[in-house]
Ligand binder design. Structure first.
Ligand SMILES: C[S@@+](CC[C@H](N)C(=O)[O-])C[C@H]1O[C@@H](n2cnc3c(N)ncnc32)[C@H](O)[C@@H]1O
Length: 314
């Protein structure tokens, strides 16, 4: 056991003291959200309710103290909390995770926002839309969209059979399974389409940049979810090349992009005869490239013309 915990961790340890010790240790180790990490581990391992941190800080951790010690040590060794507790929240919905799935990121919620905004400006949320989510992972994007679109049906595809199975379980957990199907496949090769929405957060890290990623990502997220090939855009190219046969005439496509990739994806989307629009995330970074029907005028949160003007001025 880590010497820091030898004298303090035991069945009598109160949840208040546990939060204090764990938060201080995580902060010292450089974790970005030390207090939250401590509470999430206590909630998951010792079943502590959120309210108990406030009204019952004296409650002892009890028989779970050894598992808590082990999880604390693994967190200090760099394992992400999402991996330790095996689940994470996305779009305020719970998602189970395993080694085959990426931890869904908050910035990916921008994909859901952008698609919903495009639907609000076209068919409306009650339409019976057909959605295709390529590289579905734990099902985060598709399940979030189905939770907002009561008459939509969606197919999620992932190269990893384990991910497709877990996404199915997550659809059940979030009560959208009757309107979802998940399959293992290589992008859309097994899909025949006429989809109203094609969405993807594909792997987009350039192969050579993977070694520079934060160890919490590099060592714990599956390589298949990260590696986007030599320039990071191999998956975008494959998927966008298939859009003409997958998208319905008035359909919308949406792609998450990494830093500095939006313009290249805009060019790909234009090549598929769609009208591009860029959405920024909460940090103000270009995060999503939409491909809208070319005739439709839309108001993205960052029109491409504006983006090009900024570039001309630079
Ligand atoms: C960046 S992760 C996104 C996961 C999830 N959609 C999300 O946003 O959290 C990319 C996903 O694409 C999947 N993937 C990679 N190559 C694939 C391929 N050729 N065909 C289908 N899925 C693939 C990975 O397994 C991974 O689940």
């Amino acid at each position: 056991m880590d010497p820091r915990f030898r004298d303090t961790f035991g069945p009598e340890l109160s949840i208040g003291k546990a939060v204090e010790i764990m938060t201080a240790s995580f902060a010292q180790a450089g974790c970005s959200t030390p207090g939250l990490d401590a509470r999430l581990l206590l909630a998951d391992i010792a079943g502590v309710e959120r309210i108990e941190f406030i009204v019952a800080p004296e409650r002892p951790v009890g028989a779970d103290w050894q598992r808590l010690t082990e999880a604390t040590e693994r967190r200090l060794a760099g394992e992400p909390v999402a991996r330790l507790i095996g689940s994470w929240e996305f779009w305020s919905l719970p998602f189970a995770l395993d080694a085959s799935t990426l931890v869904p990121r908050p910035e990916t919620e921008t994909v859901v926002e952008a698609v919903l905004a495009a639907i609000d400006r076209s068919s409306g949320r009650d339409a019976s839309l057909r959605i295709l989510d390529l590289g579905t992972g734990c099902g985060a994007i598709l399940v979030a969209l189905l939770s907002e679109l009561p008459n939509a049906f969606g197919i999620g595809v992932d190269r990893e059979l384990g991910a497709a199975r877990l996404a199915q379980a997550n659809a059940e957990r979030n009560r959208v399974a009757k309107r979802a199907a998940f399959i293992a496949g290589d992008w859309a090769t097994a899909i025949v389409g006429n989809f109203d929405v094609v969405v993807s957060n594909p792997p987009y890290v350039a192969t050579g940049a993977i070694a520079t990623l934060d160890p919490e990502v590099r060592c714990h997220d599956p390589p298949l979810a990260l590696d986007g090939g030599p320039d990071g855009l191999c998956a975008h190219r494959s998927i966008i090349a298939d859009l003409p046969r997958l998208l319905a005439r008035e359909g919308t496509a949406a792609f998450e992009v990494g830093a500095g990739q939006a313009e290249a994806v805009v060019v790909l989307v234009e090549g598929a005869n769609l009208r591009p629009a860029i959405w920024r995330d909460l940090a103000g970074r270009d995060r999503v490239v939409l491909g809208l029907p070319s005739a439709r005028q839309d108001t993205p949160n960052k029109p491409c013309d504006e983006m090009r003007r900024e570039k001309d001025l630079a």
